[in-house]
Design a protein around this ligand. Sequence first.
Ligand code: ADP
Ligand code: ADP
Length: 237
Amino acid sequence: MLQLKKLTKTYKTGDQALKAIDLEVPKGQVLALIGPSGAGKSTMIRCINRLVEPTSGEALLDGVDLVKLGATGLRKTRREMGMIFQEYALVERLTVMENVLSGRLGFVGFWRSFLRRFPQSDVDEAFRLLDRVGLLHMADKRADELSGGQRQRVGICRALIQNPKLLLVDEPTASLDPKTSRQIMRLITELCRERGLAAIINIHDVALAQMFVPRVVGLRFGEIVFDGPPNGLTPGK
Ligand code: ADP
Ligand code: ADP
């Protein structure tokens, strides 16, 4: 479903963040991207959703090359990719419900769009998602009243309401304590399974990856140095 072919990113500074990455992610597969800081994990995720322009290579989502898309195609295809961020990127002054609904507007909506009314079907789906992640009772709270774990659960709902094919998850637990981190990883991986969603989860914490995903891809200096089930990993590698 997602195929990276010789995907390369060299920043203007000369940093070769990705060196000809080849990777296939089948439909419904969840994988963790691990590796030390600076390995190229964020760059890879950002090249796939084109927050960063790849230097060369291809990134095919169901056969469509994301690297070649113009503005219109990109807007459409980004709706097929849900993003979950380390720092949640919620709109603080909006409610939980509004933040979830903003996912329907595509990639991080503008608050002004709330002057528009959402169809009841979107509102119903938002309630279902909030119920699934245990936040139904918080729907009318403002985002700035939430704990970190609650914020990330809102971030998950916002990504899922787009009904994406692929989830791109950038360090979802980096700002959370260990117990909340496990809850969030469990929730993300369970929801992917329930919905048959593929995901790439960029995560620092190898132990956390090992607990929840069937496939781990290790990056180092912009190259894939490991690709396999997590039990094949040895500590320190
Ligand atoms: P992480 O390693 O957690 O992904 P970083 O601390 O490396 O994040 O980067 C934070 C931000 O700074 C990102 O937006 C990244 O693109 C940018 N950045 C990282 N390294 C450089 C660099 N050498 N020059 C310019 N910007 C950078
Ligand atoms: P990771 O997410 O694994 O920590 P990054 O993708 O953030 O790795 O960074 C990979 C490499 O690219 C690092 O050498 C980093 O300094 C560099 N880099 C990241 N973002 C930028 C940027 N905006 N400009 C220049 N170099 C960057």
